[in-house]
Design a binder for this molecule. Structure first.
Ligand code: AMP
Ligand code: MN
Ligand code: MN
Ligand code: MN
Length: 278
C-alpha cells in the first residue's frame, strides 16, 4: 500500500496557529493533502469544532500536542487518533487550560518586571479564546511595536532561559502517555532534536518513552537535518517504534513550514498511518 499525502502535526486558532480549524482543512485540501491531523497545544477544541466525518475529500485525524515534562525538561508529545469522548482526556485538558491561564498571568507579571507594559489583556485578545501560550505574548509585543517580530520577542523575553519562559507544573511524561493510552491514541515524541539535548540525552528520553508505552517518533519536521533524520530512523527501528512527520504549521507567513511539506520516507508497516488508517 502506498502512503497517502498527509500532515500529522499542525496548529489552529484553538492554540497558537493563526488559521481557524476550517481554514486549516481548506488549505490542506487545496494543497492536495489526503490525511490531516490537527494537533493543537493541549486541546482538542479545534477538532471538536469541525464535523470530522462531514469532509469527504480529506480525512481528519483528531489529535493534540501534549506539553509535558521529563526530568524537569519540557517535551512535546503528539497524540494521534485520540477518542474525543474520553472523559480522562477531557479532565486532563481542562486542567491544562487553567494551568496555561495561570501561567499567562505570571508571564505578564514577569514582563512588567522587565519594563514592558502589562500585556495580559492584549495576549488574551490575540489568543481569542484559544489555549493561551507564549506566541500570543510575542504577537501582542509585535502589535504594540515593542519588538520587530515574534522571533525577537522569543529571543529577548520568552525563549528558553528568559524571564518570560515561566516554569509551571506540566504533567509528567508518564501521566501524559497514560492519558493518550486511555484515549486510545498513538503517542508520538514530537521533534526530538528541538529540545537542545545531545543524542545521548535523546536516547535516554526515548528509553523512558518506550518503557512508559510511547509508540512513535517524529522523524520529519522543519529544521531537521538529513543526518539527524537518519539517526532517528535508526533509533525508531532499534526500539520498535513507528515513525511520523508533520509540518508543525502555525501560519501561512512561514512558507517553509507549509502543510504537507514534511513526510518521512517509510513503509506503511512502520508508519503511524498504517495504524491510523486501519
Ligand atoms: P508554549 O506552548 O506557550 O510553551 O509555547 C510554545 C510555542 O512557542 C511553540 O509551539 C512554538 O509555536 C513557539 N515558539 C517556541 N520557541 C520559539 C521561538 N524561538 N521563536 C518563535 N516561536 C517559538
Ligand atoms: Mn506552537
Ligand atoms: Mn512542539
Ligand atoms: Mn507543534
Amino acid at each position: 500500500m502506498e502512503l497517502p499525502l498527509y500532515d500529522l502535526h499542525c496548529h489552529s486558532t484553538a492554540s497558537d496557529g493563526v488559521l481557524s480549524p476550517q481554514e486549516l482543512v481548506s488549505r490542506a485540501s487545496s494543497r492536495g493533502i489526503d490525511v490531516l491531523a490537527i494537533t493543537d497545544h493541549d486541546t482538542v477544541s479545534g477538532v471538536l469544532s469541525l464535523d470530522i466525518n462531514d469532509n469527504k475529500k480529506i480525512k481528519i485525524i483528531p489529535g493534540a500536542e501534549f506539553t509535558c515534562q521529563w526530568n524537569g525538561r519540557i517535551l512535546h508529545i503528539v497524540g494521534l487518533g485520540i477518542d474525543l469522548e474520553c472523559k480522562e482526556l477531557h479532565f486532563y485538558f481542562q486542567r491544562l487550560e487553567s494551568l496555561r491561564k495561570k501561567r499567562a498571568e505570571i508571564i505578564s507579571e514577569r514582563l512588567v518586571k522587565m519594563g514592558l507594559p502589562n500585556l495580559l489583556n492584549e495576549a488574551e485578545r490575540v489568543a481569542a479564546g484559544g489555549n493561551i501560550g507564549r506566541p500570543h505574548f510575542a504577537r501582542a509585543m509585535v502589535q504594540q511595536g515593542l519588538v520587530k517580530n515574534e522571533q525577537q520577542a522569543f529571543k529577548n523575553y520568552l525563549g528558553s532561559g528568559k524571564k518570560g519562559d515561566v516554569k509551571i507544573e506540566w504533567p509528567e511524561m508518564e501521566e501524559t502517555l497514560d492519558t493518550i493510552n486511555k484515549s486510545k491514541g498513538i503517542s508520538v515524541l514530537a521533534h526530538p532534536t528541538k529540545y537542545k539535548m545531545t543524542f545521548t540525552k535523546i536516547r535516554s528520553v526515548i528509553k523512558d518513552f518506550v518503557k512508559l508505552g510511547g509508540n512513535a517518533l517524529e522523524v520529519s519536521y522543519p529544521g531537521i537535518t538529513m543526518d539527524h533524520k537518519n539517526h532517528l530512523l535508526r533509533i525508531a527501528k532499534e526500539n520498535g517504534l513507528l515513525i511520523s512527520g508533520g509540518s508543525d504549521f502555525h501560519s501561512p507567513k512561514h512558507a517553509w513550514t507549509d502543510l504537507g511539506k514534511f513526510m518521512p520516507v517509510g513503509e506503511v508497516d512502520n508508519h503511524v498511518l498504517g495504524q491510523l488508517l486501519e
